[in-house]
Ligand binder design. Sequence first.
Ligand code: NAP
Length: 268
Amino acid sequence: MAASLGNLTGKVALITGASSGIGAATAVLFSKLGASVALTGRKSENLQQVGSQCEQAVGKKVQAGNCKPLLLVGDLSKEEDTKLVLDETIKQYGKLNILVNCAGVIEFGSIENTSLEQYDRVFNINVRSIYHLTMLAVPHLVETKGSIVNVSSVNGIRSFPGVLAYNMSKSAIDQFTRCVALELAPKQVRVNSVNPGVVVTELQKRGGLTDDAYAKFLERSKETHALGRPGQPEEVARAIAFMASDDSSFVTGASIPVDGGRHAMCPR
Ligand SMILES: NC(=O)c1ccc[n+]([C@@H]2O[C@H](COP(=O)([O-])OP(=O)(O)OC[C@H]3O[C@@H](n4cnc5c(N)ncnc54)[C@H](OP(=O)(O)O)[C@@H]3O)[C@@H](O)[C@H]2O)c1
């Protein structure tokens, strides 16, 4: 059992979406906690920056087995890239203890103005790539009795108008989490989700919000989250580290809100 909370010493973790936001914060925290990390994203420059932050975070306190981050540039909507990411991780480290499925996109659209192209874009990365990478990773996670953490959303457990494909994709991930948790429980592999509320990252702006609209969205988050503010990537990273580590050894199939209480709210 781990000597201190969230100790990941000796663990190998593959983190998708590590070039930005929640995935980047998770990469840095996992490095601090002693994990050897394989990081993937599309933007090479950003990935390199996060890799350097991981090295700085470890600093002089390099623990046994904690290696330089492995940086893997790839587009997870391409099957060959997904396969390469997993293969290179195993080639480098020889094992996999933790898979964090964090990469994701948001697009705005309702049933009146969405398109099948939008549905495909959102589902390809938010659902299909997770299905594929997890399929490939499972034999290695079974060997280590490892752990999977999926980054879902409050949109997976609550319904909001105007982000239809995104909402549906996150519900699918929560169902995926529970089903795979039951399938792998006999092999002692745990599978959980974290469900963030609004977290300050690039996600919504990349989904199409202007700077002005994003500023208003964050302002409104003070009302839409019980704690009166949006979250920070590091706050989600800490929940991911808990779910990934042996500290949550009796938790599987759970979707844990990390959303300032938003999931419990009801308009009145
Ligand atoms: N921020 C929020 O308010 C919020 C709330 C709930 C849930 N989430 C979830 O948290 C996760 C992380 O989002 P974030 O907020 O950290 O957003 P972000 O800053 O935009 O980061 C998204 C990450 O996903 C990667 N990604 C996107 N499409 C990809 C593709 N086709 N192939 C490979 N990588 C891809 C991006 O890589 P590149 O940048 O290199 O392209 C980036 O590293 C997502 O699943 C999101 O749905 C976020």
